[in-house]
Design a protein around this ligand. Structure first.
Ligand SMILES: Cc1cc2nc3c(=O)[nH]c(=O)nc-3n(C[C@H](O)[C@H](O)[C@H](O)COP(=O)(O)OP(=O)(O)OC[C@H]3O[C@@H](n4cnc5c(N)ncnc54)[C@H](O)[C@@H]3O)c2cc1C
Length: 423
């Protein structure tokens, strides 16, 4: 029996890692490198993620996998300082005292009440049908919504901000509020998450799995069963397919309609620039959310989190989500997007342009599902009604109410277990 895994992101790698040696595995990835959203650039002698990444203490499966692969010595827990840019000023937002300096006292009291209430909610299911906006205003009032949450929601979901469910918000608050009096600790693998991806790929190959570069343009079905796939124009026979691609991509490449599943899950894109810099930009802020008229939602000074000595230069991400292919951030050339970002950066940090040594820009359309109300009912199962077709990815239950590396690793494992149960 042969299983084809479509996609070499963490979901595909995790399922291949669990299945290799137990089944004939061929993993097919269309990009030159593995890792999907968590893949890295090679810049000189170091690797750095194309999209900023860190992990949380609650990411248990990912932390166990790092241990299992003998990479624990690379995982470090560091202070992830945050700030807010508004009224032409940076406000650090790490400690209760700093938050008090940035927001009116009544807002801080109401925000604290909202966080305590969110943390006490165990079952998020009923909150899938109400919007985050409704729940915030109901719980803490309009001022907390406008001053604190609105810029965050706009930065994350753009025009979709009012559609996002309270279940998503509760999940985020529950993860992000375990910060203690000195601020939040975030996990990062020194040398980059590339070492995790490389090790997973190496282990899959050592266990007999095959990893190929190729674009899957068709999944062939006959009589309700998987028959094969078409990779770069060639037919490859197989008995099973694990698809990790976005549902709307799967719909385009599969021979038949997906029985009994709602594949209408909206995704949003990301345009993320990485700048190599000659100098430090912010005093001690890693992650800066921005409420200002600039074409990006956050600035992430990576070398205020990981020491500059790991790279020999300063690194900073500038990023925003966009909602569809009509966005100027998707349609414009790389140089034009960087030009827009540089104009905005000059506004926030005069003289920024002169400090830029080089830049890279990464843009993808399917970087995160939009967790709209009713999303909970659309979560896709690991096994489908098409014999031999399995699914794992950002659309799986483990990635709700927020997608993550940990969520895709769990999805890959659960999918592999579902396949193995059929042996
Ligand atoms: C801006 C940004 C920041 C993030 N920050 C964090 C963070 O700090 N912490 C965290 O835990 N998570 C973070 N994530 C989320 C995390 O990276 C993803 O949830 C996870 O990596 C998704 O893995 P996946 O395998 O499900 O999907 P993907 O990584 O999207 O993998 C799917 C793969 O399928 C391939 N593919 C698609 N179509 C085809 C085809 N037809 N043929 C062959 N291959 C195909 C793609 O090239 C891709 O490699 C972030 C993501 C983004 C975009």
């Amino acid at each position: 029996m042969t299983t084809i895994i479509i996609g070499g992101g963490l979901a595909g790698l995790a399922s291949a890692y669990r299945l290799a040696g137990k089944d004939e595995i061929i993993l097919i990835e269309k990009e030159p490198e593995l890792g999907g959203m968590a893949s890295s650039y090679k810049i000189g002698k170091y690797h750095i993620e194309k999209y900023y990444h860190h992990i949380f203490a609650s990411d248990k499966e990912l932390i166990s996998l790092i241990e299992e692969l003998g990479l624990s010595n690379r995982l470090e827990w560091l202070k992830g300082t945050t700030g807010y840019y508004f009224n032409s000023k940076i406000y650090p937002m790490n400690t209760p005292i700093e938050i008090l300096a940035a927001l009116p006292l009544m807002d801080v009291i109401r925000l604290t009440w909202l966080v305590l209430k969110a943390k006490s909610i165990k079952d998020r299911t009923p909150f899938d049908t109400i919007t985050a906006k409704e729940w915030i205003i109901d719980t803490a009032g309009e001022s907390v919504y406008n001053n604190f949450f609105l810029p965050l929601l706009s930065g994350k979901f753009g025009d979709n901000k009012e559609k996002v469910s309270a279940a998503w918000l509760l999940g985020r608050v529950q993860i992000r509020s375990n910060r203690g009096p000195k601020g939040e600790r975030l996990g990062y693998m020194r040398g980059g998450f590339e070492s995790l991806i490389e090790k997973m790929g190496g282990n899959i190959r050592n266990m007999g799995g095959i990893i190929n570069k190729g674009n899957v343009s068709r999944i062939e079905i006959a009589g309700g069963s998987i028959k094969g796939v078409v990779v770069d124009g060639d037919h490859v026979e197989c008995d099973r397919v694990i698809s990790t691609v976005a549902p709307h991509v799967l719909e385009k490449i599969i021979d038949t309609k997906m029985p009994g599943l709602d594949m209408n899950i909206s995704y949003q894109g990301t345009a993320c620039a990485l700048f190599g810099l000659t100098e430090k930009i912010m005093d001690d802020i890693y992650w800066l959310n921005i409420k200002e008229d600039v074409p990006f939602g956050a600035v992430i000074e990576h070398t205020n989190f990981i020491p500059e000595t790991d790279y020999g230069e300063r690194l900073m991400y500038v990023t925003t989500y966009f909602q569809n292919m009509e966005s100027v951030l998707w349609k414009s050339r790389d140089e034009e997007v960087i030009g827009l970002y540089l104009n905005g950066l000059e506004k926030l940090f005069p003289g920024f342009r002169k400090k830029v040594k080089w830049w890279r820009l990464r843009r993808d359309m399917d970087t995160a599902p939009v967790y709209e109300t009713g999303y909970g009912r659309k979560i896709l199962p690991y096994e489908t009604r098409i014999k031999g077709l399995f699914l794992a990815g950002m659309f799986s239950d483990s990635n709700y109410p927020e997608r993550s590396m940990n969520g895709s690793i769990i999805a890959g494992y659960r999918c592999a277990e579902t396949v193995l149960r059929q042996f």
